[in-house]
Every structure is written in C-alpha cells, then in structure tokens.
Design a protein around this ligand. Structure first.
Ligand code: HEM
Length: 473
C-alpha cells in the first residue's frame, strides 16, 4: 500500500473521532433483559462537546466521563464508545481479551510512523512475533539494559558538564529522547548511534508523527505538504534502519536483530526483510518515544516540587554517595522509583488505547455488538478521584506498597495489561529510574520553562521545549 493510500485510509477511519456526528441516532431502545442495549449508553451530545472545544482530547474524555458516567457513546453510528470503569477495562484488556483485536483508529495511524510491527499486529502473526521477540525482554536480559543505560547516561553527563560550565540552557526533552534512542539501539541491535545521528532520528520520528497528524486533519483526497514531509522523514528513518542492518555484526548471545534476521532465513521464512524493517521501526520509535516522554514529564514535574528533589537527593546520597550505580542498587532506590511511577501516572506516555470487539460482549451492564470500538484513556483513569486523592497533585508516596495494595489493580495502567501489555515494561523500569537517579545525583537543575501544556499524538508530549540549566552537584 502506498503512503498516500495509507494516509487516506487513516483519515477516513478517524473522521468520527470526537468531531463528527454525535446526536443523529435515537437511543434508549426498550430493555427486554437485565442487560441494556448499547443504544441506551449515554451519547455525548454535540452541545456539550462544543463547550469542550478548548480542551485536549484527554481532558475532553475526563469531562465526558464526569458528565455521562463510566461508559459513553462518542458515536452510535460508528459504534464508538469510551470506557472508564476499572472492571470493564480489566475485562477488555485481560480477562476477555480474546474477544477483542487491536483494530483501532490510533493504531492505524501509528502503523505509518512507528511501523507495522508487534504493536499493531493481530492474531497468529502477533502470537508468533511476540514469542520470537519476548526473550530479549526477559529478566535475564536486564543486566545488559542496565549497563548500557549507565554507559550512555555517563556520556550524556559529560556533555551536560560542559553545558554546566558554560551556563548553557538546553531542551531536556530533546536530550532525553536522544539518549533513549541511543540506549534502545545499542541494547536491541548493538548499534552505536552517536549523539548527532540519534538527535537527527528523534527529530525525524517527531516530524513524521506531527505531519501524519496534520495530513489526517486535512482533506484526505488532496495531496498535502504534510504528506510530502511525512514521506521524507519516513524515508530518512528507513535509510538509517538499512544502515543498521548492513553494518550488523552477529552477536553471541544473539541480539534482537540477529533473532529477526535468522527468522528470515529459517525454512518457513517466518519474516520477510520488510517485516524486519517494520519491527525495527517499531522498536526504535517505541523504544525512545515512550520512556523518553515519561522521563521528561517526570523530571519537569519533579523540578516544580523542590521538597521532593531534596528528599530524592537525600536518598541518592545515602545509597550511592558519589559512586556510579550498580545493578544491585536498583531495589534500594525506592523513592527514585516512586517518583518515576508518579510521573507515568500523571503523564502516561501512551495515554490512550482501544480495541474492536470481534464478538458481542457485555460492558458495564450494556450488551455491546460485534465490531464496536472501545477506547480506554489511561490519562483519565490515572486522574480519577475514585482511585486517587487529589489526582492532579504530584505525590510519589502513592506508590508505597500499602497504598498500591489498597488500590484497584487496574487503576494504574501505564504499561497496559494482559497479553498485549508492554513487552518492555521491565526494560523501561530499569532505564527510566536509572537515568533519573544518575541525573539527579550529578546535577542541580534550574527549570527555565513555565508552560507545560501537552500535545497528544501517539504519546503525550510537552507542547513547548522544556528548557533547563544545570549546575554540577
Ligand atoms: C515508560 C515506557 C513505556 C510505556 C509507558 C509503554 C506503554 C505501553 C503500553 C500502554 C502498551 C500497550 C498498548 C495497548 O494495550 O494498546 C505497550 C505495548 C508495547 N510496547 Fe511499550 N511502553 C514503554 C516502553 C517501551 C519500550 C522501551 C519499548 C521498546 C523497546 C516498547 C515497545 C512496546 C511494544 C512492541 C508493545 C506492543 C506489545 C504487544 O502488543 O505485544 N515499549 N507499551
């Protein structure tokens, strides 16, 4: 399929999303059974939606749940619903996940800029791929994730020491995304991306994402500048992937790229060369966008709370003193981990997901027809007052063991849950907290930006650069 066709297709399937018809259908069909028909699910009314025009999609969803309850019809005609009930969410993502697939408008777009890889596959292809790739994210691979994270962060610290000497301000978001891409590339493909190449690719992913969004919001039938720009940056990432494959030296034990390439050569040819490309696009993109965004928000929020900065630095001094961290330090840095968890609560990098029903199901007491689409907004879930006291407040102690045990197990889902949950949860929970610890251990930060509005693509991103200045500790 050409990029042009792909962009058109995404536009068509995304048209109804929060913007088109809301009220054209009758609802309230008679109830013959104890479960109600999906047609009696409260429908988001046009008048109310227009009052929310100034809000982001995530904030709109919070307002819709507050107004209509835990299940709301965004479009009855397109059978598009939003769900915020924790039990229903667990049912969709875990307990009855076999009844759902991942055909969801957002994922159709994601395919273009993040590749048609593990994140977007369905059925047997997905099962086969997950089995193939999973070992690279198992417990026994984590010491390597740790050592690459420390090595690459130390390189960044050297650069930041120069910024410190020269009192130079810089964009924290750019720096952290670049670092995350370097780490993913080295761990998964044993490819060293230098700073400038990595930064170039981070920009290429960012621009592709932004331009795909722009292209979709314009007329899908008219070739646009945004489409053209998206195609250019998409191709630049493709060339970089080509280079990584060409220069790859087989590793012992095999790295993820070895596993993918071997699968192209096995007698059943599980994967084509194109599949390898797409998986690499997914893992390089997903690998830096998610943890990078999580860490930027964590740090931007933490730096606005000097009392927690002080407590964290106290913990870092007590555990590490001035030395480099070792793997065994991880469980000792408890506040550090909770700070990262709280960052992911307030700004879950993947802020929304969705599923399509393959067969009828019952959600929140409503019978839902086949082919319905249900969306789950982690951003809304993580700010729901029923699970979180003063949800907008930054408070890492929400993640003390007793508080976690007292909470509903599906109230906190930054990594999703069930068989389609994040393959790299362990990886990110080493990478994110370790980078945070090393930066807070080495530097005092001065936060120069003061507008922390967000923009929503596949991930939740700061709308403006997050400028900081650092001083060595
Ligand atoms: C803080 C960091 C991260 C967060 C919050 C996060 C979040 C998520 C979530 C919510 C899902 C499930 C989506 C759904 O149910 O629709 C997911 C899936 C996935 N993530 Fe992550 N992720 C993170 C880091 C990473 C990294 C570092 C990688 C790659 C190196 C990665 C690769 C993937 C892949 C491939 C899937 C699809 C798994 C499947 O469907 O089998 N993620 N992630």
């Amino acid at each position: 399929m050409t990029i042009n066709c792909q962009l058109q297709e995404y536009s068509v399937c995304f048209l109804g999303y929060f913007s088109s018809e809301y009220s054209s259908l009758t609802h309230g069909a008679p109830d013959f059974m104890s479960t109600k028909s999906h047609r009696s699910i409260p429908l988001a009314q046009m008048g109310f939606m227009s009052q929310l025009a100034h809000l982001s999609k995530a904030e709109k969803l919070i307002a819709l749940f507050e107004r209509y309850g835990d299940i709301v019809a965004i479009s009855q005609r397109e059978k598009f619903f939003a769900v915020n009930d924790v039990d229903a969410i667990g049912h969709i993502l875990r307990d009855n996940s076999e009844a759902y697939d991942k055909h969801f408008p957002l994922y159709d777009r994601v395919k273009f800029f993040l590749g048609d890889g593990l994140l977007t596959h369905a059925g047997d292809v997905w099962r086969q791929r997950r089995k193939l790739i999973q070992p690279h994210f198992a417990h026994y691979s984590m010491p390597e994730v740790f050592s690459v994270t420390v090595e690459k962060t130390k390189e960044m610290i050297l650069r930041w020491q120069r910024y410190a000497r020269e009192r130079e301000a810089f964009d924290l978001a750019q720096e952290l995304l670049t670092l995350m891409l370097q780490i993913s590339s080295k761990v998964l493909f044993h490819h060293e991306l230098n700073y400038s190449k990595s930064r170039f690719l981070v920009n290429a992913y960012g621009k592709t994402q932004r331009n795909v969004n722009r292209a979709i919001s314009m007329s899908p039938w008219c070739p646009s500048l945004a489409q053209w720009k998206a195609r250019i940056t998409h191709a630049q990432i493709g060339q970089a992937i080509e280079g990584i494959i060409k220069n790859h030296v087989p590793q012992t034990p095999a790295d993820m790229l070895d596993t993918l390439l071997t699968a192209t050569r096995c007698p059943m040819a599980l994967l084509s060369q194109h599949d390898v490309h797409e998986e690499m696009r997914t893992f390089l993109g997903g690998g830096h966008e998610t943890t990078g965004s999580g860490l930027v928000w964590t740090m931007a929020t933490l730096l606005q709370h000097p009392e927690y900065v002080e407590r964290l630095q106290h913990e870092l001094t007590a555990v590490l003193d001035k030395r480099d961290p070792v793997y065994e330090d991880l469980p000792l840095l408890t506040l550090n981990k909770m700070v990262f968890q709280e960052g992911l609560r307030l700004y879950p990098p993947i802020w929304i997901t969705g599923r399509r029903l393959l067969k009828p199901d019952i959600l929140c007491g409503y019978s839902m027809p086949e082919e319905s689409t249900v969306t789950i907004c982690m951003y809304a879930l993580h700010r729901d007052e029923r699970h979180w006291d003063e949800p907008d407040l930054f408070n890492p102690y929400r993640f003390m063991q007793e508080a976690v045990s007292a909470r509903h197990k599906y109230a906190y889902l930054p990594f999703g849950t069930g068989s389609r949950g994040c393959i790299a949860q362990l990886f990110s929970m080493i990478q994110g907290p370790m980078v945070l610890a090393m930066l807070m251990q080495n530097f005092e930060f001065e936060l120069l930006s003061n507008d922390f509005s967000h923009e929503l693509f596949f991930t939740i991103r700061p709308k403006y650069p997050v400028y900081v200045r650092v001083k060595e500790r």
